[in-house]
Design a protein around this ligand. Structure first.
Ligand code: CP
Length: 302
């Protein structure tokens, strides 16, 4: 495989290989010298047209731990602000002989388009409301390391499914890995055509939680909303927020996930986000190992 554009690019063997390779990469993180020479002499560009904290930093850390040369490109402060197109930016990168591009872009499909203009590997770090495949991989890695096998695992993805690339990639990957996904949210924030997704849909969070092994809360993406999708933040939290009362409805072994950034007090109560059952910080740490695995397999491995 040359690119990672969608979680659907991965069949069961390929997804399992990424997760197993990430386990090996994680073992290295506990060593005093956290570096491998695997990508020495390779250049990776982080091309970010949208804000990011976790994805950007963890891709940079991952590439550096594999000894790649890393160039961080942010649209803010670049010639993009003078009107330069994605194509001309891509051709500029191509001329510099880069080996891999990690791209985040507000337009769904931008990574696919970019893959037609540059010779190197393209890794989708989030495109519009479309996909965020490495987030789904790190989420699957976290579930596997906390709960064991993914086959048959019951996962609830809760909140603004409509605007969530995390939800789309998770549904695709979790189906491949044999988990059962339930999407939960207000009807206005569930996409038209969701009946064709490999997931069930519920509008009643309380009824879903008792049969859930992992609950993944999604941020309400107000920046992508041109209209009101629910009456008020308070009403949203009352119906779809994860607070201590709702946590008690979960089985004892169930874990609480969030891809970040989270809005404390909106989709998740602060005490729930900080509780021992929350894997939010662990997900960030696992992101480095998973992105090391992706870079290694696409740019340097067999
Ligand atoms: N989960 C995630 O993509 O976070 P960032 O937007 O901070 O990268």
């Amino acid at each position: 495989m040359k690119h990672l554009l969608s979680a659907a690019d991965l069949d069961l063997d390929a997804a399992t290989l990424v997760l197993d390779t990430a386990t090996e990469m994680a073992a290295m993180a506990s060593r005093e010298v956290k570096k491998l020479p695997t990508l020495r002499g390779r250049t990776v560009v982080n091309l970010f047209y949208e804000d990011s904290t976790r994805t950007r930093i963890s891709f940079e850390t991952a590439a550096k731990r594999l000894s790649a040369d890393v160039i961080n490109f942010s649209a803010k402060g670049s010639s993009v602000e003078k009107g330069e197109s994605l194509k001309d930016t891509a051709l500029t990168l191509q001329a510099m002989g880069i080996d891999g591009v990690v791209i985040r872009h507000p337009a769904s499909g931008a990574p696919n388009t970019l893959s037609q203009w540059v010779d190197g590997s393209i890794l989708n770090a989030g495109d519009g409301t479309h996909e965020h495949p490495t987030q789904a991989l790190l989420d699957a890695y976290t579930m596997r390391s906390r709960l064991g096998q993914l086959k048959g695992l019951r996962v609830a993805i809760v909140g603004d499914v409509l605007h969530s690339r995390v939800a789309r990639s998770n549904v695709l990957l979790l189906r491949t890995l044999g988990a059962e996904v339930t999407l939960v949210g207000p009807p206005t924030l569930v996409p038209v055509g969701v009946e064709d997704w490999p997931a069930t849909v519920s509008y009643d969070l309380d009824s879903v939680l008792p049969g859930t092994d992992a609950v993944m809360m999604l941020r309400v993406q107000r920046e992508r909303m041109g209209q009101a999708y629910f009456p008020s933040a308070r009403e949203y939290s009352r119906r779809y927020g994860l607070d201590n009362r709702r946590v008690k409805l979960l089985p004892e072994h169930a874990i609480i996930m969030h891809p970040g950034p989270m809005i404390r007090g909106m989709e998740i109560a602060p005490e729930v986000a900080d509780s021992p059952r929350s894997t939010i910080v662990e997900q960030v740490a696992n992101g480095v190992s998973v992105r090391m695995a992706c870079l290694y397999l696409l740019l340097g491995g067999k």
